[in-house]
Ligand binder design. Structure first.
Ligand SMILES: NC(=O)c1ccc[n+]([C@@H]2O[C@H](COP(=O)([O-])OP(=O)(O)OC[C@H]3O[C@@H](n4cnc5c(N)ncnc54)[C@H](O)[C@@H]3O)[C@@H](O)[C@H]2O)c1
Length: 386
């Protein structure tokens, strides 16, 4: 089994190291901050202990996992790695510098991967001497629990590196999807409407947070409503991702951030972790009651699901990924109850189209334009899955 290198021992790096060691790889973890390394090491011990308590691991296997991970403060210890996954701060220049340095240490056939959420893989690869071995391997937080991993070759990635990377991550028991090097990849792009359209409905005064969350859970079967989910993810992270996807898509109106979210971010109302976001999490706070008006609930659900479906359909039209991978990404990366293309077949593409078309006519906004693929499929009376 190849040795795995992980750079950055924060939330993502530590989780990725745990996953790799659990399946039997020897792993080296490097961080340029000793305190972060120490913290990752003690967190790992706590996590393993909890897994023993829950009887998910035996004491023996926990010992072995722990023994397979070395926390190091010198990149030269990465010499024998077959795959290095970078999970450091989201800053292009710092990542480029790190990859250049790594190339002077690792062997020629070592795969260099980035776990970046928002930078293009091409921009990281282009700084390297051998850009063909650079690829995006994007895990979701927390890495040991979330099954999805997006595999993102850049324009410069060698075919062999794509298949080898996929093979390795598949062997870790993860669900891999192959996607293009475009902003947000699959999940962080397609999921934008879940938040954006819900905030828009709120801003227009149609419903409050609790009612919109209720509608999406009741009529859509989502495990968490959009506002609960944003508070869980953190409104700082969610706002930054929205802003990044929007600007990188040259200000595409579908992804336009909202002032509501920006103000929350500015006020540091990050959600659960800060005690307050869309909801108040302090002890004794009153939990707001939704307005359980069925007609309103159905309207909200139809509007949000139609926007989500439109994004998935357009992503398929633009060959971001296969229809199967697009659907897997949403069920395995963000726990949607169904893939959006399968959902489109179920509720009828015509219904989603009609909802969007009414909004488009009403608002005269580009944001609501239906994907050209919807029109083409409706003309031919086609479904995604026959
Ligand atoms: N947090 C998420 O939900 C999430 C999900 C998927 C992908 N990502 C991506 O993963 C990466 C890491 O995110 P995170 O949430 O784990 O961040 P984090 O802040 O928890 O950890 C980053 C770690 O990198 C270290 N670091 C910074 N610069 C370094 C350098 N030059 N060399 C070595 N170590 C360095 C820091 O000391 C820190 O321990 C980012 O690219 C992020 O976009 C994050």
């Amino acid at each position: 089994m190849i040795q795995i290198g992980v750079i950055g021992s924060g939330a993502m790096g530590a989780g990725i190291a745990q996953v790799a060691a659990t399946v039997g790889h020897s792993v080296v973890v490097y961080d340029n901050n000793q305190a972060a390394l120490d913290k990752a090491k003690s967190n790992l011990e706590t996590t393993l202990k909890k897994l023993i308590e829950k009887q998910k691991l035996t004491e023996q296997s926990a010992k072995e996992i722990s023994a397979r991970i070395q926390f190091v403060n010198d990149l030269n210890q990465f010499k024998s790695c077959g795959l290095v996954i970078e999970a450091i701060i989201e800053n292009l220049e710092i990542k480029q510098k790190l990859f250049l340095e790594l190339e002077t240490i690792v062997s020629d056939d070592c795969i260099l991967a980035s776990n970046t959420s928002s930078l293009s893989i091409a921009s990281i690869a282009s700084a390297c001497k051998k850009p063909g071995r650079v690829i995006g391997i994007h895990f979701f937080n927390p890495a040991p629990l979330m099954p999805l991993v997006e595999i993102i070759p850049s324009l410069l990635t060698d075919d062999k590196i794509i298949s080898e990377s996929k093979k390795i991550i598949d062997s870790w028991g993860k669900v891999t999807v192959l996607t293009k090097d475009t902003p947000g990849f699959i999940v962080n792009r397609v999921a934008r409407s879940y938040y954006g359209e819900s905030i828009r409905i709120y801003e227009e005064g149609m419903a409050d947070f609790a009612t919109i969350d209720w509608a999406m859970k009741t009529f859509g079967g989502f495990k968490m409503g959009p506002f609960e989910l944003m508070d869980f993810i953190g409104n700082d992270i969610n706002f930054k991702v929205t802003e990044s996807v929007w600007t990188q898509f040259f200000y595409e109106p579908r992804f336009k951030p909202s002032l509501t979210q920006k103000r929350l971010y500015e006020a540091k109302l990050f959600g659960k972790k800060s005690g307050r976001g869309y909801y108040n999490y302090v002890e004794g706070a009153v939990i707001p009651e939704p307005n359980k008006n069925e007609e309103l609930g159905k309207y909200i659900f139809n509007r949000v699901i139609s926007m989500l479906i439109n994004e998935a359909v357009d992503s398929y039209y633009l060959k971001l990924a296969s229809k199967e991978d697009l659907d897997l990404a949403m069920t395995k990366g963000v726990n949607y109850p169904k893939g959006l293309l399968k959902w489109a077949d179920e509720i009828g593409l015509q219904n989603a189209y009609n909802t969007l078309d009414v909004l488009y006519e009403l608002y005269n906004e580009e944001r609501y334009r239906p994907s050209i693929l919807m029109k083409m499929m409706l003309k031919d009376n086609k479904k995604f899955y026959e």
